[in-house]
Design a protein around this ligand. Structure first.
Ligand code: AMP
Length: 417
């Protein structure tokens, strides 16, 4: 199937071809016609499936085809993180470049001045994180009277990140007559309840659960003692075919430590985590994307929603405690049909996590023992590993690997060729 068959208009087709997209992804194939028919939509899909374009493209088309141009915000997209908000805004810029439809993005952690200037000029599409949206609404900068379409993106993460009450506060301010598109990777009860309240006779679309995307990624496991992990990382990075790599640590402090060690060995590296300012995080990300930095070290929270095209490698410097996080981490690589490679370090304290991860992905990760720092065969876990301290901030998300979905072997076979 190509995009033309979805009934898209020329200005959008032209932009998609400039983006290098030749075929719609499965979620785009399903969602675009439904949104164009102005139906409410419940989309079970995660980042990496092409879900942003699945809603951005038909929204742009609906706005473009409106006969009368009513001034004011016609589309509101709520998303949990600044990084996602920026990416969605970039998507509207890319797909809408020949449509003349205006859009802007607002998020917290930065001065509101540029955002309010953009709002005053008037925009068709507003992309926002919940806190800043409420803040600017209460200051009178935002009027949603003319809203036609509301998109709630990553609803389950809104819940994880404690934004659900803010989301509810926004919802009560929306006009009742509107089209609503609701996206969530998982459907815990509270999110299901919210979907029931928000949606009217929704069409449902569901694509590849993460468990099967993982099959496309070449995974290997390195048993290594905790104190040898730095050396093993440096050893692996001697391979110049590793052009860029995203390294995951469990803690912010751990991320900073890894960056220091790499920089000492003249390897370009930067960290992104919650203690860094929004500007520092964006700079690190930009430098990584444009190739000035070879290694980006991140904690799970900071890496949420970050989209890096052509990421070749992911390294789990430490295994995550929540097994599903492993799938999210390695799913950063191997996007849009590229092959991805994921290395995972496992020390004596992490064997329980490894077992859980392998249960979730339904296979044993192949072990690479051809490295200079193998874990001694009789290595025992440290008696008092400080697990509880590290656990306290993490709230496991709903398990999407239950029942049917777990066995769903449909693949996201993107759009090339
Ligand atoms: P998303 O799931 O929205 O985060 O998108 C994941 C990545 O896939 C982004 O880098 C998009 O630019 C890319 N993408 C989305 N749709 C297509 C498509 N039809 N063909 C190729 N790449 C795509």
């Amino acid at each position: 199937m190509d995009f033309k068959e979805l009934g898209l208009i020329e200005p959008i087709l032209k932009a998609l071809s400039q983006e290098g997209y030749s075929n719609p992804t499965p979620i785009q194939q399903q969602a675009i016609p439904l949104v164009l028919q102005q139906q409410d939509l419940l989309g079970c899909a995660q980042t990496g499936t092409g879900k942003t374009a699945a809603f951005a493209i038909p929204i742009l088309q609906l706005l473009y085809q409106q006969k009368q141009h009513v001034p004011g915000i016609k589309v509101l997209i709520l998303t949990p993180t600044r990084e996602l908000a920026i990416q969605i805004n970039d998507s509207f810029a890319a797909y809408g470049r020949h449509t003349g439809i205006s859009h802007t993005v607002i998020f917290g952690g930065v001065s509101q001045l540029h955002q309010t200037i953009a709002l005053k000029k008037g925009v068709d599409v507003l992309i926002a994180t919940p806190g800043r949206l409420l803040d600017l609404m209460s200051q009178g900068f935002i009027n949603l009277r003319h809203l036609q379409i509301f998109v709630l993106d990553e609803a389950d993460r809104m819940l994880d990140m404690g934004f659900i009450n803010d989301v509810k506060k926004v919802i009560v301010r929306l006009p009742e007559k509107r089209q609503t598109l609701f996206f969530s990777a998982t459907m815990p009860p509270e999110i299901q309840k919210l979907a029931n309240v928000l949606l009217t006779n929704p069409a449902k679309v569901e694509v590849t659960p993460v468990s099967s995307t993982v099959d496309a990624i070449e995974q290997s496991l390195y048993y290594v003692a905790k104190q040898d992990k730095n050396k093993l990382l440096l050893h692996l990075l001697k391979d110049s075919s590793i052009a860029n790599v995203l390294v995951f640590t469990r803690t912010k402090h751990g991320a900073d430590k890894v960056v220091k060690i790499l920089q000492k060995e003249n390897i370009t590296a930067a960290a992104i985590h919650g203690n860094k300012s929004q500007n520092a995080r964006q700079n690190a990300l930009n430098n990584f994307k444009n190739g000035n930095v070879r290694v980006l070290v991140a904690t799970d929270i900071a890496a949420r929603g970050i989209d890096i095209d052509d990421l070749g490698h992911v390294i789990n410097f430490e295994l995550p405690e929540v097994p599903e996080t492993y799938v999210h981490r390695i799913g950063r690589t191997g996007r849009a049909g590229n092959t991805g490679i994921a290395f995972s370090f496992c020390d004596a304290d992490e064997k329980a996590e490894l077992k859980d991860i392998q249960k979730v992905i339904g296979k044993t990760i192949p072990v690479n023992s051809e490295h200079p720092y193998p874990l001694a065969a009789d290595a025992q876990p440290t008696p008092a590993a400080p697990k509880q301290q590290q656990r306290q901030h993490f709230k496991p998300r709903g398990n999407k690997f239950n029942g049917q979905k777990r066995n769903d072997k449909r693949k996201f076979s993107p759009a090339k060729g």
